[in-house]
Write a protein that binds this ligand. Sequence first.
Ligand SMILES: CC(C)C[C@H](N)C(=O)N[C@H](CCOc1cc(O)cc2c1C(=O)N[C@@H]2C)C(=O)O
Ligand SMILES: [Mg+2]
Length: 331
Amino acid sequence: MTSSLSRKLAASIERWPIAGSFTISRGAKTEAVTVVATVSQGGHTGRGECVPYPRYGETPEATLQALEAMREPLSNGLDRQALQAAMPAGAARNALDCALLDLEAKSAGQRIWTLLGRPAPRPCTTAFTISLGTPEAMAAATARAAHRPLLKIKLGGDGDGERISAVRKAAPESELIVDANEAWTPDNLEQNLAACANAGVTLVEQPLPAGQDEALARIKRPIAVCADESVHDRASLEGIRARYDAVNVKLDKTGGLTEALAMADAAHVLGFEIMIGCMVATSLAMAPAMLLAQQARFVDLDGPLLLARDRDGGLRYDGSLVYPPDAALWG
Ligand SMILES: CC(C)C[C@H](N)C(=O)N[C@H](CCOc1cc(O)cc2c1C(=O)N[C@@H]2C)C(=O)O
Ligand SMILES: [Mg+2]
């Protein structure tokens, strides 16, 4: 006989075409590959979506396998609290943690923020990402997005000074943040930071490779520097304190919203500014992050804006304003 605590898991890989392509220092993408977990119990179903990241040794197939391995523990009653110790931080736990949160909300007939004792999310202004390219191509893409209040500019190493100055000319009014995705070196760090400061950039994300970022503690940083690849969850905060001013909290790194909320609280206590970030994914992956967006200095939840098509019932984007999810989507 199945106990009433028994939860039934399903998981699948999904492919979502990107409108055109998306390029960062590590290469170009034409589709978003996500993994969706659904957990059913007592006539209710919760779902969560994650993006496995090869940079962290993750693949869609291995993520699917890691989820399948939780089928039996879930059928034996594994809950969200126990999940935190049962799986490591990363994409697979993210999908399951978010599915269990959605299931909690749907089973209780209440919104998840009410159950978690958090304020109801309000619409937020998200960054809009400009792909890495030549200064001319980036300036043209920026000009088309110059009406947006916050732009995230992907940089990639050689020629970044020319790129950021061309971008600034194309969007004189927008707030600019940049993401080098680990492409700078200790030798060009100060020159590139100065070019960004001259262009009025507010924040530089992950300039140096994770694990090779000690130089950030030795220099006078003219702009706030934000850790992304160098920080994953609460356990990694202490080690980056002298190097960074802000942290990019992503649910695919923390292994879900449960740890992300705890990480953001701990980061605040340590004096870090918060960015809530995302990978290229559908609204189902963005929806849980809306709870964290409320306390973030920077909201970077533009994944669906880069897709050729979002999932049905996705988040409402009005320009760069992103609205909280309907219950049918998540939470
Ligand atoms: C839609 C934007 C790209 C999302 C966000 N604004 C952003 O910049 N996120 C990046 C993460 C880039 O996402 C990558 C990079 C990569 O090399 C490979 C992938 C992805 C991704 O989303 N899917 C594949 C695995 C950031 O902050 O660094
Ligand atoms: Mg980043």
